[in-house]
Ligand binder design. Structure first.
Ligand code: AHG
Ligand code: MN
Ligand code: MN
Length: 341
């Protein structure tokens, strides 16, 4: 009870309403008239997946599911046991939801078609990176799940064609960070909201509404081990940043790095390298959803040559892209160095 004898809210503060992710989604759905009831079902599938994956990540060492399974995914990357487990959790929870037409995962070569669209209901495509930063698992580092939701394009001839939409057409996007707490960050295209899993009651509680990324912060996040194989402009930027007292922070998991930048500011980059000339990060599972979140928080998300990530017209669901995202002024600083010769 507060001093006026009224009950306290979840946070113990009497100026903040208790709002679970579930209630937040129902509230948002009222403003998405096209969505019908299906949208909240999809988000609730993602929320239950996040709770299951969070539990599996925490128990990984105890249940001996760390390490690789000795296979490679479509991207030619070694799959960790938990990559496969997280992928199955998402496929199984989304598979039960009427509103989902097609699911595409970083871990599956082909999109999974769950339902055709003959009955006329509005349906969605859900794309995801089930476990991002999975090589961090063995060392108890932060890992995450990233997702993107598109409206199903009924005119498309096949599943691939329905999915090949520019990021600016995303209906919603978000990520879950399995860190020292489990955090769910979500946008429907009208700002960014953040929820934290309360393990005591098993619900995501809203802790921030309308998150805004700081406009500047002297901090960059990039794998500097690759520096010599970056195009010259990135090397010029790093020289400039280092002679201007910038800090370097890099977790090696995009979700963890982007989450820090969302809250504290700075710039995250994954430039082209000799090994990955198109960049390493995947446009549809990683770059697009993160770009939507960062832009919705007032930041910028760019790729080469000086193009919004969200404007890239995808040609392949697994295609990769260079990424420069974060505080607007810091992204501009990088772009300015790419442009000079
Ligand atoms: P994933 O684990 O889904 O394959 O993604 C790993 C990605 C991303 O999380 C991170 O930003 C990047 O790879 C790190 O790559 P480097 O180890 O090359 O820096
Ligand atoms: Mn990833
Ligand atoms: Mn992954």
């Amino acid at each position: 009870m507060n001093s006026a004898g009224e009950p306290l809210t979840h946070s113990g503060r009497d100026d903040v309403r208790i709002m679970t992710l579930q209630a937040h989604i129902l509230e948002e759905q009222a403003h998405q008239p096209l969505a019908g009831g299906t949208f909240s079902w999809i988000l609730s599938a993602l929320s239950i997946s996040a709770k299951i994956i969070a539990d599996k990540v925490r128990r990984a060492r105890l249940e001996n599911v760390l390490g690789s399974i000795g296979t490679e995914n479509i991207q030619g990357e070694v799959q960790q046991k938990l990559d496969v487990i997280a992928n199955e959790v998402l496929l199984r929870t989304l598979g039960g939801r009427e509103g989902v037409a097609i699911v595409a995962s970083e871990e599956n070569e082909e999109p999974v078609i769950l339902r055709d669209n003959k009955d006329g209901d509005r349906r969605y495509c859900v794309l995801f990176d089930p476990l991002d930063g999975s090589s961090n698992l063995d060392v108890c580092g932060g890992v995450g799940t990233i997702f993107s939701i598109l409206a199903h394009d009924r005119r498309a001839d096949n599943a691939q064609a329905s999915l090949l939409q520019a990021g600016s057409r995303q209906v919603a996007a978000g990520y879950v960070l399995y860190g020292s707490s489990t955090v769910f960050v979500l946008t429907f295209g009208k700002g960014v909201d953040m929820f934290v899993l309360d393990p005591g009651i098993g619900a995501f509680m809203r802790v921030e509404q309308g998150l805004k990324i700081p406009r500047h912060s002297k901090s960059y996040s990039v794998n500097e081990g690759n520096r010599r194989s970056f195009p010259a402009g990135y090397q010029r930027y790093l020289d400039w940043a280092q002679s201007n007292d910038y800090s370097s922070r890099y977790a090696g998991a995009m979700v963890a790095d982007v989450h820090r930048i969302l809250l504290k500011g700075g710039v995250f980059m994954y430039p082209p390298t000799k090994k990955a000339p198109q960049g390493k990060l995947r446009l549809m599972y990683e770059a697009n959803p993160m770009a939507m979140i960062i832009e919705q928080a007032g930041g910028k998300a760019m790729t080469e040559p000086n193009q919004r990530v969200l404007d890239v017209q995808p040609r392949d669901i697994h295609q990769r892209t260079a990424v420069i995202l974060g505080s607007a002024d810091e992204v501009d600083n990088v772009i300015a160095h790419l442009a000079t010769h």
